[in-house]
Design a protein around this ligand. Sequence first.
Ligand SMILES: NC(=O)c1ccc[n+]([C@@H]2O[C@H](COP(=O)([O-])OP(=O)(O)OC[C@H]3O[C@@H](n4cnc5c(N)ncnc54)[C@H](O)[C@@H]3O)[C@@H](O)[C@H]2O)c1
Ligand SMILES: N[C@H](C(=O)O)[C@H](O)COP(=O)(O)O
Length: 334
Amino acid sequence: MKSVPRIVLTVGEPAGIGPEIALLLGQHPLPAPVLLVGDYHCLRSRAALFGLPVGLERWQEDDPWPAPKKGTLYCLDVPLARPCRPGHLDPANAPAVLQTLDRALHLLRSGQADAMVTAPLHKGIINDAGIPFTGHTEYLAEHCGVAQVVMLLAGRGLRVALATTHLPLSRVAAAIRPDTLETTLRVLHRSLQEDFAIAAPRILVAGLNPHAGEGGHLGHEEGEIIAPLIRKLQQEGLSISGPWPADSIFTPHHLEDADAVLAMYHDQGLPVLKYHAFGEAVNITLGLPVVRTSVDHGTALDIAGSGRADHGSLLRAVDVAAEIVRNRRAAACG
Ligand SMILES: NC(=O)c1ccc[n+]([C@@H]2O[C@H](COP(=O)([O-])OP(=O)(O)OC[C@H]3O[C@@H](n4cnc5c(N)ncnc54)[C@H](O)[C@@H]3O)[C@@H](O)[C@H]2O)c1
Ligand SMILES: N[C@H](C(=O)O)[C@H](O)COP(=O)(O)O
């Protein structure tokens, strides 16, 4: 019998809500201990701030995977450069935030862990520290040597994948290319089969322009790039349709026949998903050699340290990570 998935959780931007929502996991009966990766002292002081009755024990890379112990969480200590205060970003701590990702990735690649879950980090402060950074998705792709991954957010029965991720709107149209779009659709299709156990996935593809280009009068990407690619994949037997006008693709009539929607850009797809399921949705990076899930929200600096942060999405991200590990194991066994 296969073991329970071993999950590492990076606690994200220390001035944000990441450390506190990570600690709140200690209140739940999890299938196995989740290993927190972050600054031990920051986590201790955040637990004290809320009076959380949770023990925090240090764990090191050569220790055996921690055994379940009621009311106890485990922490791989990645010290910050400076003590953190909730709500106050400090660029000096940005390298340590990225180190948490590196350490988690190392645990996955060395076979010590099965999946990583990431609490939110702050992209701006990492750039302010002089480190070019667009997001976990792109960082993990680069550090795993994968040219192209796909961002998918899923919640309350809706799955939305993106053809482009953290890209200024002015560069989106040029990024919709036949080769990258084909890879995106193939990665999405395969992941729906292997990670979500959907034997014959049905994918709806949005157009880029208003009314999917209005027959070429409002844009040419649909006719020249998106539609020919969909026809090619349909001829291979894949259940992919579109390009559909993005303003009506998310209506129940369309969604009842879909396992996922591919949006062309970040703010075409994610506002719909977050309106539908904010607080319960999960961000999954498809196409990586490792399993990575995350929350559907950001660092919420405005409420960090106030006790108002909801940890529902993080809890769900842990569940989905474990589910994907189990589905991949089942797929590997045939
Ligand atoms: N997975 C990630 O690492 C991730 C995801 C999204 C955004 N971000 C980053 O977070 C930073 C801040 O982004 P933003 O301000 O656009 O979005 P945000 O999600 O941090 O905040 C938007 C609003 O939602 C509230 N909110 C967010 N999460 C909440 C929670 N768990 N419980 C209660 N209220 C919550 C906030 O208080 C705020 O009012 C940016 O740097 C962004 O790039 C990171
Ligand atoms: N695009 C995500 C969202 O809006 O929820 C978020 O920025 C996180 O992206 P990464 O997982 O790449 O950090």
